[in-house]
Design a protein around this ligand. Structure first.
Ligand SMILES: [Zn+2]
Length: 82
């Protein structure tokens, strides 16, 4: 198997890793005038459950249950009903 000829220098490693940083998520205020909570853009608001003026809060409930079942061990994903 091919091996590197030289050890990667500390400088080279640090130059490579200078680009590995996380950026904070860009949040926007919810367009629901009763809510105005900060949320991810183009996502249903997790606080009031509206998107584009329509109520999707019942779907938020389903997604939470789905995630709970997916994380628990021994559950086949194909058996989880949405
Ligand atoms: Zn909202």
């Amino acid at each position: 198997m091919a091996n590197p000829k030289y050890k990667t220098s500390r400088s080279k490693t640090r130059r490579r890793r200078s680009h590995l940083k996380l950026t904070p998520p860009q949040l926007v205020a919810c367009s629901n005038k009763d809510c105005k909570e900060l949320k991810l853009s183009h996502r249903v608001c997790p606080s009031c459950g509206t998107y584009n003026g329509r109520d999707y809060s019942s779907f938020l409930h389903i997604k939470l249950n789905y995630r709970k079942e997916k994380d628990s061990p021994g559950v086949n994903r194909s058996e989880v009903e949405l």
